[in-house]
Design a protein around this ligand. Structure first.
Ligand SMILES: Nc1ncnc2c1ncn2[C@@H]1O[C@H](COP(=O)(O)OP(=O)(O)OC[C@H]2O[C@@H]([n+]3cccc(C(=O)O)c3)[C@H](O)[C@@H]2O)[C@@H](O)[C@H]1O
Ligand SMILES: Nc1ncnc2c1ncn2[C@@H]1O[C@H](COP(=O)(O)OP(=O)(O)OP(=O)(O)O)[C@@H](O)[C@H]1O
Ligand SMILES: NC(=O)CC[C@H](N)C(=O)O
Length: 596
């Protein structure tokens, strides 16, 4: 059997940066070619970044993507790399975008994968299955393709597929079996969720069996607003054996020699799709097969076989921590910030956010501000200072009492209004630092607090990004312990003071205030939220699961009421199956209540 040296480029494109992304393709192709690769593969929508959302509706952007692809083909050739086939995702169109009522349902914007060779675009595949659930809206943007594209590279038949194609039964993988290919490429923009790596591996194995072919699964890496792409690319044999696997949440060039069967001689002809193009997806048996010849069997086989290796797997806490670090780091870098600022209360949430920020962009780029009031305990000040000392971040102190008192000379406030004023003065201080010096303000509310609205609007909820937005409080504690243990393991000082982990949570907006005055114990709260928010279960399910009916009623009421706060909350990295935001869309004005 001939050997194909394949390179899977697990790289980090930026949405909208066509020139920069093309630059990544050129430099990575050079590195792969220098290592002897005969096929170099890049992720879904590599040239444009992913997801591009409503940029699809801009004709100028679509035209720029198409032009960038042609230019990239020419540039690779000019770089002396034209002989190496390169598969690269991009935004294509063969008609106007399909908004609301398309005039022609068989043409429009396409989520596409091209093969470039000798200065030309030699093949184009259009994504067949369009995801339209969770964070995905691809039915809004794209028209599905109905033809599997098979390229013959070095005499080996290779089928092209894109992300969601792998998540559905039938379709391109059934067509690939019919086409008798040796290898299926699947290029992805698949966002991180805890435990999704196991789901993907099982799926890749199932599709390898369905296609009776080796699968080269490539996922991008990096943060894009709320999403983090976690890489974890892999190559799986038809029998399910994992031949090579790239690291999670890191850039990597996975190069591996694959022994694959030669395609039939003469090659079978292309066959048209059985049905006309339509918005509806065709099953595999109905898909057309387009065959493109790229190169004949390669005479010079690699001297010594190259194995991509099997990268070690991360623990659950390490996965989440690294995803949060990458999500924040890329948000900061890709949006042009040089620093972040956050309020340090000495509590667990701000301590964990500070440690994530230090890991993401370094201590010199993190400003931690202690803003004590008359209700702040001595330990909250000491613990904030201790965290700053341990992490090396820039530490500042702004006493808020004089500002609160000055405000009260102009307006008389009491009770909740006075309590919230303190959080709002802190928000004003942080936004003033941002306006004056430029750092991005981080807000620190965890998923449990966001769920029940336990934050002050325009107070501690101010900020441009929230690393803990999708992290329940009980997981915040686990992450803190994991990060400290990790430091001990590597001989560093644990970043988070032990007392910040151990103390009972408190907003310290009035004397002796504790979270437990207003909320159930966090173990119980998180268990209820997992059912109600992530699982969309109703009151009866929660009561049947053993929660007290009165507590269920109170929590569900709080969650329902806080929709308005969540709708105007900062974005934050998604780590769960259902993150607040696009994954969970509820009306604010809503009289439906779960009742007993
Ligand atoms: N449907 C709706 N659409 C749009 N806006 C709506 C609204 N309903 C109320 N509002 C507005 O929202 C205001 C109430 O919200 P807000 O001003 O935030 O005040 P509120 O939610 O009443 O109070 C904040 C709560 O969060 C707690 N807290 C504060 C700070 C930190 C922490 C912590 O530990 O993390 C906890 C604090 O102890 C208190 O229980 C109303 O005065 C009204 O203006
Ligand atoms: N004394 C303070 N100094 C600086 N920032 C503060 C202070 N108190 C609150 N904050 C900011 O407001 C956020 C809300 O914190 P608060 O203490 O009210 O409740 P929390 O949700 O338990 O957070 P944490 O665990 O960080 O204390 C904090 O994470 C912090 O960013
Ligand atoms: N880009 C896509 O098509 C992603 C959809 C797919 N279900 C995933 O999450 O991996």
């Amino acid at each position: 059997m001939p050997t194909l040296r394949i390179a899977l480029a697990q790289v980090n494109p930026t949405v909208g940066d066509l020139t920069g992304n093309a630059g990544i393709v050129r430099s990575t192709t050079r590195a792969a070619r220098d290592a002897g690769a005969r096929l170099v593969v890049f992720p879904e929508m590599m040239l444009t970044g992913y997801p591009v959302e409503d940029l699809v509706f801009r004709q100028s952007f679509v035209a720029a993507s198409r032009a960038a692809l042609e230019r990239l083909a020419a540039d690779l050739d000019g770089d002396g790399l034209g002989d190496t086939p390169v598969a690269v995702g991009f935004l294509d169109a063969d008609g106007p975008p399909a908004v609301n009522s398309p005039t022609d349902p068989s043409a429009g914007a396409r989520n596409a994968l091209a093969v470039l060779h000798r200065g030309r675009v030699v093949a184009r595949y259009f994504k067949h299955h369009l995801p339209n659930y969770g964070v995905f809206d691809e039915d809004r943007y794209f028209v599905p393709g109905n033809t599997l594209v098979v390229v013959r590279i070095d005499g080996i038949d290779v089928a092209l597929t894109i992300c969601e194609d792998m998540w559905q039964v039938g379709g391109p993988f059934a067509a690939a079996r019919r086409a008798g290919v040796g290898l299926v490429l699947t290029v992805n923009g698949s966002p991180f969720e805890l435990h999704k790596d196991d789901t993907r591996l099982a799926l890749v194995r199932r599709r390898a069996a369905e296609a009776d072919a080796t699968i080269a699964y490539l996922n991008m890496v990096g943060g894009q607003d709320e999403l983090v792409f976690d890489g974890d690319s892999m190559i799986v044999a038809p029998g399910g054996e994992v031949l090579a696997r790239a690291p999670q949440l890191a850039e990597h060039l996975l190069i591996h020699d694959l022994d694959l069967p030669l395609g039939l001689l003469p090659p079978p002809p292309s066959t048209p799709a059985l049905a006309a193009h339509s918005k509806a997806e065709l099953v595999g048996d109905e898909m057309g097969i387009e065959r493109v010849h790229v190169s004949d069997p390669h005479p010079a086989l690699p001297a010594t076989p190259l194995q991509g290796g099997l990268a070690g797997r991360l623990s659950d806490e390490a996965e989440v921590w690294n995803a949060l670090v990458l999500g924040l780091g890329d948000y900061v870098r890709k949006n042009g910030f040089r620093q972040v600022a956050l309020g340090l209360s000495g509590g667990i949430d701000s301590s964990v956010v500070a440690a994530i920020a230090v890991d993401a962009i370094g201590p010199d780029a993190v400003i931690g501000v202690s803003m004590p009031s008359q209700h702040s305990s001595a330990h909250s000040r000491e613990d904030a200072a201790e965290l700053a000392k341990r992490t090396g971040l820039e530490y500042r102190v702004h006493e808020i009492q004089p500002m609160v008192d000055t405000f009260l000379t102009g307006m008389s406030l009491s009770g909740l209004a006075l309590e919230n004023l303190q959080a709002r003065v802190r928000g004003v201080i942080l936004m003033s630092i941002s306006n004056q010096e430029g750092p991005l303000v981080l807000t620190t509310g965890n998923k449990s607090e966001l769920a029940v609205g336990y934050s002050t609007l325009y107070g501690d909820s101010v900020g441009g990004f929230n690393p803990l937005k999708d992290v329940p409080k009980t997981l915040v504690w686990k992450l803190a312990r994991w990060r400290n243990d990790e430091a001990l393991r590597t001989g560093e000082e644990p970043p988070i003071p032990e007392r910040s982990i151990e103390k009972p949570p408190s907003a310290e907006l009035r004397p002796g205030q504790l979270d437990s005055d207003s909320l159930p114990d966090y173990d119980e709260l998180d268990s209820m939220l997992l059912s109600y928010v992530d699982g969309d279960q109703g009151r009866a399910d929660l009561v049947a699961a053993g929660h007290e009916p009165e507590v269920v009623d109170r929590v569900l009421h709080l969650v329902d009421l806080a929709e308005y706060k969540r709708r105007q909350s900062a974005p934050g990295t998604k780590i769960s199956i259902k993150a607040f935001g696009r994954d969970r869309r509820l009306p604010i004005t809503n009289r439906w209540r779960e009742t007993g």
